[in-house]
Write a protein that binds this ligand. Structure first.
Ligand SMILES: Cc1cc2nc3c(=O)[nH]c(=O)nc-3n(C[C@H](O)[C@H](O)[C@H](O)COP(=O)(O)OP(=O)(O)OC[C@H]3O[C@@H](n4cnc5c(N)ncnc54)[C@H](O)[C@@H]3O)c2cc1C
Ligand code: SF4
Length: 508
């Protein structure tokens, strides 16, 4: 054998640069299910099942394409337990000392591979529109990195929704049209569901046995586990949900878990779909008059805008990004994040669907669970670990900038220009949650007051020195300052009481 080609569990793409640079006749593809990856956080069982089933099917696909694949299953007796150990084992077996790998999406693995006593060649991950060096060039010399400017460059680079050098329809961004409340009588298409095949069934039995105690329900398991199925799921979304995606992008409704969202991030992030393929499908639907421009634009922006932007930030900021805690928050993550009872209906909805689906949509992650953790002052490391564990789409390059940056402001404003905090009134406006809650969203003080109302002012008050000069937050401070002093003292005292009860493990 000539070289070892490492294919990781989130690199399941035939177009992978390591495969493109390899030689089917001489090189050996190495794939391994290892405990170091399945256990570095307590992943949701659905997430583990997705990755293992998709890996096994991708190995079969590569063999059918003529590759020789050395595949290690989690329960194989010789399993070395980690990616480096498996590479060393295969190197000893074959005498090969060279490894080709598409750069992993995580500093943890990059460092581990760099430390190997083998020659490891890292290749760029060409599945992304923007490579690390492009992003560094774009970021160089800019005072602030803002997604909107980056996104416009990505539109120009890809030609998506462009009319010559101008944006189709004359505007780059149609977000202002994308904040409608969802009426209850709308019909919501569910994401496409798939019956587990024999390979997936075998994985499900393994996962139930080894990871059945992790937070999250394994059954029913309906995810796509190969490219053909993921493409069916994408086409289903484009025809059924994309035509209303933009309008209700920020809405939340009790019992409606997906609304018009795509539920494809977990396929994109492991390589079953590719970002350009997805965006071109959305653009084609717009060109054929099946999807309005605001919906196609809003969707494409999430992928070539936000998704590429956060990846650029992750690699630009370096390995220590995940340990930042600029607001100096140290509270424990409450057991309610792991399913303990809560009276807050919005939190109960977001967390119970997370347990059952390994999915919550963006506004639930940002403005419900993330907002609560930030207002309560939870240690961002604990929040980061939670998001990394519980969502099927959680890979560190995308999860960390979203959680630590956008949601927890732990990076001091690299991703977000101000903290995403809100009182209950935002949740009330965008959802039907508050009508079914035992707290009163209109109450500002007292035991019935919505905890988001109490904690919102508590947050602003305790971080006054940092945020009162932020031009986007001036109005919030002016509103707070106009309130009667006695009212302000009552709000702060009630918030302190709430936080003490949270810390004591009481049901809140
Ligand atoms: C605290 C927090 C943690 C998050 N963790 C993850 C994560 O681990 N993995 C992940 O893929 N996304 C993460 N996101 C971003 C976003 O919530 C998910 O991508 C989205 O909810 C996935 O569902 P969907 O496919 O239905 O997305 P849709 O709403 O239908 O959007 C379409 C696609 O756009 C992309 N996208 C949308 N928003 C973002 C974003 N902010 N960053 C990157 N891509 C985006 C996704 O690929 C998504 O599939 C997180 C957001 C927050 C606030
Ligand atoms: S009242 Fe407050 S806690 Fe209850 S659902 Fe509304 S925002 Fe959530």
């Amino acid at each position: 054998m000539n070289r070892l080609i490492l294919v990781l569990g989130d690199q399941l793409s035939e177009s992978l640069s390591a495969l493109a640079s390899g030689d089917k006749a001489k090189d050996l593809v190495v794939m391994a299910e290892v405990t170091a990856e399945t256990e570095y956080v307590r992943h949701h069982p659905k997430k583990i099942a997705l990755v293992l089933a998709a890996m096994r099917k991708f190995a079969d696909r590569l063999r059918a394409l003529g590759w020789t694949v050395a595949y290690t299953r989690l329960d194989d007796r010789e399993n070395g337990g980690s990616i480096p150990a498996e590479l060393l084992r295969r190197a000893d077996e074959t005498g090969s000392r060279e490894v080709l790998v598409t750069t992993p999406g995580e500093w943890r693995l990059i460092t581990a591979l760099r430390d190997l006593p083998l020659t490891v060649q890292f290749l760029p991950d060409e599945r992304f529109v923007s490579r690390g060096s492009d992003f560094r060039r774009w970021a160089k010399g800019r005072k602030q990195l803002r997604m909107e400017w980056f996104y416009r460059d990505m539109r120009r680079k890809t030609g998506l929704l462009m009319d010559g050098d101008q944006p189709a329809g004359g505007k780059w961004n149609y977000d202002a049209e994308n904040r409608k409340q969802a009426p209850k009588d709308l019909a919501f298409p569910d994401p496409m569901r798939f019956e587990p095949d024999a390979i997936t069934q075998e994985v499900l039995a393994l996962v139930a046995d080894r990871f059945g105690q992790n937070f999250g329900t394994l059954h029913p398991f309906w995810f796509a586990t190969d490219h053909a199925q993921a493409r069916v799921a994408l086409d289903h979304f484009i025809s059924q949900a994309l035509p209303l995606f933009g309008d209700y992008q920020d809405a939340m409704l009790s019992g409606q878990r997906f609304l018009y969202h795509a539920a494809i991030s977990h396929y994109l992030n492991i390589g079953l779909l590719e970002p350009l393929e997805v965006c071109q499908a959305a653009e084609a639907a717009w060109q054929q008059g099946k999807v309005p421009l605001n919906c196609a634009e809003g969707f494409i922006r999430q992928i070539i805008g936000w998704r590429e932007f956060v990846r650029g930030i992750y690699f630009l900021e370096g390995p220590e990004y995940t340990s930042r805690n600029l607001l100096d928050h140290h509270r424990d993550l409450s057991p309610l994040y792991w399913g303990a009872e809560t009276r807050m209906h919005c939190m109960a909805e977001a967390i119970s669907q997370t347990r059952e689906e390994a999915y919550a949509h963006h506004i639930q992650r940002l403005m419900v669970t993330g907002n609560f953790a930030l207002l309560a002052g939870v240690d961002p490391q604990k929040v980061h670990e939670w998001y990394l564990a519980v969502y099927a789409d959680a890979c560190e390059w995308v999860e960390a900038p979203n959680t630590l940056g956008m949601s927890q402001y732990a990076d001091g404003g690299v991703v977000a220009s101000k903290p995403y905090v809100s009182s209950g009134s935002y949740i009330n406006r965008m959802s039907d949650y508050c009508g079914q809650c035992s707290y009163d969203v209109k109450a500002r003080t007292g035991v019935q007051a919505c905890p988001f109302n109490l904690l919102y002012w508590h947050f602003l008050d305790r971080h006054r020195d940092r945020f009162s000069d932020n031009p986007r937050m001036g109005n919030m401070y002016r509103t707070w300052d106009r309130m009667e002093d006695t009212h302000r003292q009552t709000v702060l005292a009630d918030a302190d009481t709430f936080l003490s009860r949270l810390d004591a493990g009481e049901t809140v």
